[in-house]
Design a protein around this ligand. Structure first.
Ligand code: NDP
Ligand code: 8X3
Length: 251
């Protein structure tokens, strides 16, 4: 079995690669940070005795994305699961104070990148008459929160795309799932706050957030259900979070 994971250099993507590799899956892993990607590929192959194919590209770069994915070696074309995970938030400001450049980064990474990757991979799945596309949404797609503006909008777009892809791909027997996690202690907050470690740490203060391996376990569960069963839409938060807005924090 083969899974292609975008954004495997940290967080959910890395934990998911480890989970699938530990269960004997071969992994195509992507990201921009080459050193991390090569070291993960090395670790997965030596620890779990599976094959790993690291592909370094920026999902915002249409030509690079198609170039990397349209010419896969023959042995990698039987992709069972595409996990569209690469993404993130850049900034958390009131709309009037936010930067247009951050808006563009969020739209290009979370939406356009997902479209390019999926368009490049789908022909393999259609030819194989099977496949599963798992898109990373967020509670931000479900509940709009203050200063979430463009991040909420791009994840709502991922949510809508997941639903419409599922409708269009019914005829090809391809499953399409969206996973919508709440707060999880990956590098997400560090990226959102542009390297400000204090602000990133404050995001997770006073409660136990989700961890990357919690989400990896859920992705694995969704991907290994029988062929006639598809989880369409799954929202998961830590116990201290009720939805996209309400938390119970202590201390
Ligand atoms: P991380 O920052 O730890 O991981 C993000 C991953 O995306 C990295 O591997 C990064 O790789 C990759 N990535 C980012 N931009 C690009 C790009 N332009 N081209 C290629 N790869 C890119 O955060 P998470 O693991 O938390 O985030 C994974 C997904 O989960 C994102 O879509 C995020 O929005 C979503 N999410 C996160 C939640 C959280 O609280 N952590 C909750 C709900 C959803 P590299 O930098 O090497 O390119
Ligand atoms: C990440 C979770 O609550 O910061 O998607 O939007 S949140």
């Amino acid at each position: 079995m083969i899974i292609l994971i975008t954004g495997a250099t940290s967080g959910f993507g890395k934990a998911t690669a480890e989970k699938f590799a530990a269960n004997g899956w071969h992994c195509i892993i992507t990201g921009r940070r080459e050193e991390r990607l090569l070291s993960l590929a090395q670790e997965l192959t030596s620890k779990y005795n599976i094959k790993a194919l690291p592909l370094v590209f920026d999902v915002r770069d249409k030509a690079a994305t198609f170039n990397a994915l349209q010419h896969l070696p023959e042995e990698w074309k039987q992709i069972d699961v595409l996990y569209n995970n690469a993404g993130g938030a850049w900034g958390r400001d009131s709309f009037e104070n936010g930067l247009v450049e951050d808006y563009e980064t969020m739209i290009d990474t979370n939406v356009n990148g997902l479209l390019y990757v999926t368009k490049a991979v789908l022909p393999y799945m259609i030819a194989n008459k099977k496949g599963h596309v798992i898109n990373m949404g967020s509670v931000a797609a479900k509940d709009m929160y203050q200063n979430g503006n463009v991040y909420c909008a791009v994840k709502a777009a991922v949510d809508a795309l997941t639903h419409t892809m599922r409708i269009d791909l019914l005829q090809h027997k391809i499953k399409v799932t969206a996973i919508h996690p709440g707060a999880a202690d990956t590098e997400f907050a560090l990226v959102r706050f542009k390297g400000d470690e204090n602000k990133a740490a404050a995001t997770y203060k006073g409660y136990e957030p989700l961890h990357a391996n919690d989400v990896a376990d859920i992705i694995y569960y969704c991907a290994t259900l029988p062929p006639h069963v598809c989880i369409n839409d799954l929202v998961v938060t830590c116990t201290a979070q009720a939805d996209g807005i309400y938390f119970h924090k202590e201390g």
